[in-house]
Design a protein around this ligand. Structure first.
Ligand SMILES: Cc1ncc(C[n+]2csc(CCOP(=O)(O)OP(=O)(O)O)c2C)c(N)n1
Ligand SMILES: [Mg+2]
Length: 337
């Protein structure tokens, strides 16, 4: 392919985008059936961002997501079963069923959420990056030079309106911390279009105020996302301080499971669907002769099996016993009597 990827890599990118899409379509169905309750923010339309970006990070790096983080956890490598069980609220979920959709967590894979507070992940990421800077890297990474791990911090365009965004960029730049600020700009914060809350809608330009290099990227193109992210990670890993990327993307579904979508036109959504990252990439693979109908069938069959297994893992999972209800709370249990 012109961008230099081979067939296996191309198929893997397509497969990962499809895994997220089909997983979330199933989640929507299970939500309607009452199996999943509470909030559920789908990432459908934005898959090229997580699939392009996350493989640029090593297992030693840390990842901070938002509440729209199903895709990020899947690509980071958390198995689908514990993610589905978390959505069910079962004790075999990745956060023992206590967090649900907005609080996926996987310490072993350095996936630090899943955070419900808009902008709340940025200071967490700055703290993780500070720890990375202060802690000498373990031997395989410690080959001289500045090779500490880096932190990837995903956040939405809505987070840019928060003071935490500005405070985090400032400290990270001042202390030259190894953090990547990765903005998923899908043009809306719930029902508020970016032009209604930002005087400067070109988010990448905001990094200038903190002397942080930045770039805006086509977030509907998985290869463009990968290339820009690799370049940014190299910069940060070399000890040159933070970097900001603005992925320009779009969510195809409602903000959460239900919203009347009065803030955008059907025509606008239809226009963006023309840029759906999955069929577009599929066409590119076809044009290269990298993918056939039977490859696609095989891929869909394998993903459907993975999802069926995840649903059965969740269905068969236990509920947390009632006596554990106050476990892990800060308040000590009241003495009896
Ligand atoms: C501090 C804070 N304020 C308000 C909310 C309510 N809220 C939930 S999602 C959201 C919109 C965030 O939009 P964006 O950051 O663009 O992310 P997207 O949903 O588009 O992925 C808001 C305002 C919240 N969770 N946290
Ligand atoms: Mg948004």
């Amino acid at each position: 392919m012109k961008n230099g990827i081979d067939r296996a890599h191309g198929l893997e990118l397509l497969r990962q985008m499809l895994r997220i899409r089909r997983f979330e379509e199933k989640c929507a169905e299970l939500y309607s059936g009452g199996k999943i309750r509470g909030f559920l923010h789908l990432y459908i339309g934005e898959e090229a961002v997580a699939v392009g970006a996350i493989p640029c990070f090593t297992p030693e790096d840390a990842i901070v997501g938002t509440y729209r983080e199903h895709g990020h956890a899947l690509i980071r490598g958390t198995p689908m079963g514990p993610l589905m069980a978390e959505l069910y609220g079962k004790a075999n979920g990745c956060a023992r069923g206590r967090g649900g959709s907005m609080h996926f967590f996987d310490a072993a894979r350095r996936f630090y959420g899943g955070l419900a507070i808009v902008g709340g992940g940025l200071p967490v990421a700055v703290g993780l990056a500070l720890a990375q800077k202060l802690t000498p890297p373990p031997p395989p990474l410690n080959k001289g030079g500045n090779k500490e791990g880096v932190t990837a911090c995903f956040f939405g365009d809505g987070a840019v309106a928060e003071g935490e965004f500005h405070e985090s960029l400032n400290l990270a730049a001042l202390w030259k911390l190894p953090v990547l600020f990765l903005c998923e700009n899908n043009l809306y914060a719930m029902g508020t279009a970016i032009g209604r809350h930002q005087s400067q809608t070109d988010i990448a330009r905001k990094a200038d105020a903190y002397a942080i290099p930045a770039e805006a990227v086509n977030g509907m193109d998985v290869l463009a996302v990968g290339a820009a992210t690799r370049k940014a990670v190299d910069f940060v890993r070399a000890g040159q301080g933070p970097y900001l990327l603005e992925y320009r993307t779009y969510r195809f579904r409602a903000h959460s499971m239900y919203d009347a979508e009065l803030y955008r036109t059907k025509d606008e959504v239809a226009q963006w669907k023309q840029r759906d990252p999955i069929p577009l990439f599929q066409q590119r693979l076809r044009a290269e002769g990298y993918v056939s109908d039977s490859d696609l069938d095989d891929m869909e069959t394998a993903i459907a099996a993975e999802i069926a297994e995840a649903v059965s893992f969740a269905e068969n999972g236990p509920w947390e016993p009632l006596e554990d209800l106050t476990k892990d709370l800060y308040t000590p249990a009241k003495p009896a009597g």
